[in-house]
Design a protein around this ligand. Structure first.
Ligand code: PEP
Ligand code: MN
Length: 338
């Protein structure tokens, strides 16, 4: 940690800060320049509450140097993590992957047609929500386990992996036979009890960034899962809430290279939630792949306009097929395959 003292800080104030740092178990290195004193603290600072130091008299600002997460940090696995699935698909390697499917699982025909087209276009995962976190309690809440049965059947028929959202601990066990990857939604990114429980699961987790979460908070949430012993996590950038109203969320493309730098975990980008608009999904999907995303998560539906949820951001299957061709070009341009 770095503590910068105010220009007018007195020797007594500086000594008091040094004492507080030593009390926190930190080794202090003092540098006094022409105007200002800087105190560099080396030691176990991960759990030190910085605000406490900001409030001490004479302190200008306090800066953390060591990340508060350990297992999620790039240093833990400098070579990067590849999350491997049962059929050998690896997310985080040279090959990029596409996960596509409807927002909500609705019918057998919907899932089978979607699965066939996603597979034929080169997708590796079928997505679909069975437990839906809807803003309104009156909106379609998902089909639950019968929906997951449909998704599993359709995915197996076409050699796809499945990804679906888990909203609470009690759903983990019943979902296990049907999902290859548990999705934790934006609203649950800080449901720490759920995250801890998923740390005990031996299946990959797709962890979405909360709508108002910082990148550090996303990584700390992943740390909950990692510290339970589950290292198979894919981080998801899905747009954050800003003051901009042209799109449903603001797709934070820069979060992708930031996450890749700070963490070893693979990153998936979700341009459907990132924009909330069908016409903006393709440009943002391409930008995300160019920016280093390891996978793209997209909502598609055979009858997109009639989707039971998120119709406005859902691609028609022919739009999806066209996008896959474009993504392939982008992947090649950045030295990867799709
Ligand atoms: C979803 O992918 O179905 C979903 C609800 O996403 P998010 O949690 O990002 O809103
Ligand atoms: Mn949706």
């Amino acid at each position: 940690m770095i503590v910068a003292m105010q220009e007018k800080a007195t020797e007594e104030q500086i000594d008091a800060v040094i004492d507080a740092m030593v009390d926190a178990g930190v080794n202090v290195h003092r540098t006094t320049g022409a105007y200002q004193t800087i105190l560099a603290g080396v030691g176990p600072t991960a759990n030190v509450e910085l605000r406490k130091f900001e409030l001490l008299p004479g302190v200008l600002y306090v800066h953390r140097i060591t990340a508060p997460y350990k297992l999620a940090g790039r240093a833990f696995r400098p070579e990067g993590t590849e999350v491997e699935f049962a059929n050998g698909v690896r997310v985080g390697g040279d090959r990029t992957h596409v996960m596509a499917g409807p927002c909500s699982i609705e019918t057998r025909d919907q899932m089978f047609e979607t699965a066939a087209r996603v597979k034929a276009a080169g997708g590796a995962f079928l997505r679909g929500g069975a437990f839906k976190p809807r803003s309104s309690p009156y909106a379609f809440q998902g089909l639950g386990i019968p929906g997951l049965e449909l998704m599993r059947e359709a995915a197996d028929a076409h050699g796809l992996l499945t990804v679906s959202e888990v909203m609470e601990i009690a759903q983990i066990e019943p979902m296990l036979p049907f999902v290859d990857c548990f999705q934790v939604g934006a609203r649950n990114m800080q449901n720490f009890n759920l995250l801890r429980e998923l740390g005990q699961v031996r299946k990959p987790i797709l962890l979405k960034r909360g709508i108002a979460a910082t990148i550090e908070e996303l990584l700390l949430s992943s740390e909950y899962i990692l510290s339970g012993g589950n290292y198979d996590i894919i981080l998801c950038e899905r747009g954050i809430r800003t003051y901009e109203t042209s799109t449903r969320n603001t797709m934070d493309i820069s979060a992708i290279p930031v996450l890749k730098k700070l963490s070893h975990l693979p990153v998936v980008a979700d341009p459907s939630y990132g924009t909330g608009r069908r016409d903006m999904v393709a440009p943002m999907a391409k930008a995300a792949l160019a920016a280093g995303a390891d996978a793209i998560l997209i909502e598609v539906h055979p009858n997109a306009d009639k989707a039971a949820s998120d119709a406005a951001q859902t691609l028609y299957l022919d739009q999806f097929e066209k996008l896959m061709g474009e993504l392939r070009v982008i992947a090649t341009a950045v030295g990867r395959s799709l």
